[in-house]
Design a protein around this ligand. Structure first.
Ligand code: MFK
Ligand code: FAD
Length: 496
């Protein structure tokens, strides 16, 4: 009989994740653990179920049907099973609601759930991230009418009343450079705002609401003249006729996520605040979705590593299991070190976000959150691609074969570095965050790392800070030099 290779098994993603367990043991009070553990355990069960289900089925992608048999425009989108299960799982486990509870660990408890749910959700977490971001932008706007209208849906714990929000920024003219937005906001004869234009990437087109950037008619050019609007997409069970789905994108990865090109043909809209400075108003959304991106990137790394480690104990080469081959063991250990660094950075941002939102942060922590958010996003995006690629190699040729499920990990990981701001855009945002200069920040970070329990661990951090400071000083006040150095500077800071 021919020799058969054993497939990797996905061990329980919660009970076996010593990195997550160690963080929760350290931070979450013991009286909060039983309820949290029950949720995380159930999400870990779902992750195992979803992995096994995907191994048994033919991959599916969303399908857009534009017209019905009688010539009516319907723009109906069929979704995958995980997407149908999304509203129930999200509301049952409070994946959005948990993050907005009034206590200091709300964000950590939420993102532990996100981390476990992400891959099983088939990127349903993408619209969840945008909905969470919309909550942040609406709260920051202080627009009580819109808050009262939308937040009970976004934070609902009942699938029947739960709504998703999109984030409509990218247009053909620019996704990084949203100051080139061409969508126009025009008032109708009754004074209501309506949006006209084309949004080029809409990843939550099946959602019930969205925040959209548009240029009020007659406003000037560029970023400051943009306004931020809240829209709703549904009229009862039907999509509003002023929202036309042109096409679903055929993507490298995230293939279960329906990302659409859409036309807005007079879609009713409500401004969040003043009819200008829309990018400033959407920034709270960007910072929240970038945090989700970092946590989800780390979740992809955790999955790739878990499968590679499991396989290393099953696969034999040269007379012993791979895990007993010193070089393979070293490869896995290096991957784990990269993963743990990325996990630490992403979850540091999560905890800072929680402290800032609950009004418990010291002033340097607010500055750190502003800087660490783009750094965590750009760093974890890059490391996720590298680590998933390395993990595929740990399976040899099997890692390259589609129905092992492994290639999808790499394809999906590539998106983390692109959406929500590319690596370069995030590096430039880090410069924005550094703002007044490197000195004040260096003091803040140094104070923060000096609280480390292991003093020797701080030595390389100070050395990396010194290197980054030298880079910053070398570029002086020359903007072109600063921008050219921004990626190196950001990667150095993020690593440190
Ligand atoms: C499953 C994983 C979860 C993730 C799901 C994600 C789903 C994917 C959905 C998307 O991809 S949605 C589209 C995301 N698009 C972007 O992220 C846009 C990328 N481009 C940028 O971020 C540019 O840097 C930006 C558009 C913000 C720059 O435009 P400008 O024209 O150079 O703006 P400017 O003048 O620098 O900034 C305008 C204001 O916003 C300034 O404030 P002031 O007016 O008070 O000076 C900035 O300081 C402020 N600002 C910009 N970024 C900020 C910010 N404030 C706080 N935080 C930020 N991050
Ligand atoms: P460009 O801005 O054209 O970038 C091209 C290259 O130029 C990049 O390497 C970039 O880093 C570099 N670059 C640009 N500006 C600078 C600069 N100043 N300095 C140095 N380098 C620079 N958008 C939404 O609004 N809503 C969504 O729901 C959504 N969903 C998405 C789903 C998927 C799967 C993908 C892939 C994208 C989605 N996007 C969405 C769009 C995404 O946010 C943009 O593609 C992204 O922000 C990059 O914009 P762009 O495509 O215009 O690239």
């Amino acid at each position: 009989m021919d020799f058969l290779q054993t497939a990797p098994q996905l061990v329980h993603p919660y009970r076996n994740d010593r990195t997550l367990l160690a963080l929760l043991d350290r931070v979450i009070p013991s009286n909060s653990r039983p309820a949290l553990d029950a949720d995380l355990d159930a999400l870990g069960d779902y992750a195992q179920f979803a992995w096994e289900r995907a191994r048994r089925s033919t991959p599916r992608t969303p399908v857009l049907t534009r017209w019905d048999a009688w010539g009516r425009r319907v723009d109906r989108i069929e979704l995958t099973d995980a997407w149908h299960e999304g509203p129930d799982l999200t509301t049952r486990h409070g994946i959005l609601a948990a993050g907005h509870e009034p206590h200091e660990h709300a964000r950590l408890e939420q993102f532990a759930r996100v981390y476990l749910y992400h891959l099983a959700s088939e990127f349903y977490t993408c619209p969840l991230a945008m909905t969470d971001g919309a909550i942040a932008a609406l709260k920051a706007s202080g627009n009580q009418a819109l808050i009262d209208r939308a937040l009970p849906h976004f934070l609902s714990r009942d699938p029947a009343t739960f709504w998703l929000s999109g984030q409509w920024m990218t247009e053909t003219a620019g996704g990084s450079d949203v100051g080139r937005t061409e969508t126009i906001a025009r008032q109708d004869e009754t004074g209501h705002w309506r949006l006209h234009g084309r949004k080029w990437f809409s990843s939550a087109v099946v959602g019930e609401a969205a925040l959209a950037l548009a240029r009020p008619e007659g406003a000037g050019e560029g970023t400051p003249a943009l306004a931020l609007f809240y829209v709703e997409t549904m009229d009862g069970a039907a999509r509003k006729p002023e929202l036309v789905v042109d096409r679903l994108k055929d993507k490298l990865g995230t293939r279960e996520l329906p990302t659409a090109e859409i036309h807005l043909d007079g879609l009713p809209a409500w401004p969040l605040g003043e009819l200008a400075q829309g990018v400033r108003q959407v920034a709270p959304m960007l910072n929240v979705t970038r945090t989700w991106n970092a946590v989800c990137a780390v979740a992809s790394m955790a999955r790739a590593l878990a499968l590679a480690c499991d396989y290393a104990a099953r696969r034999e080469a040269f007379g012993r299991p791979l895990i007993e081959q010193p070089l393979h063991a070293r490869t896995l250990a290096d991957m784990r070190a990269e993963f743990e660094g990325a996990f630490a950075l992403a979850f540091e941002v999560v905890q800072l976000l929680g402290r800032v939102e609950q009004g418990q942060a010291a002033s340097h922590e607010t500055a750190l959150l502003r800087l660490l958010t783009p750094l965590a996003k750009l760093w974890t995006g890059k490391v996720a691609v590298a680590l998933c690629s390395e993990a595929l190699e740990c399976f040899g040729g099997a890692g390259y074969i589609e129905d092992t499920g492994l290639p999808q990990l790499l394809r999906d990981a590539q998106v983390y570095a692109i959406w929500e701001g590319t690596t370069n855009v995030l590096a430039l945002d880090s410069l924005r965050a550094l703002g007044e200069g490197f000195g004040a920040l260096r003091t803040a970070i140094a104070g923060w790392v000096d609280g480390c329990h292991e003093p020797e661990a701080v030595v390389p951090i100070h050395a990396a800070l010194d290197a980054a400071a030298r880079q910053w000083q070398a570029s002086g006040n020359n903007r072109a030099d600063l921008e050219a150095a921004a990626r190196d500077l950001s990667l150095t800071l993020a690593r440190c």
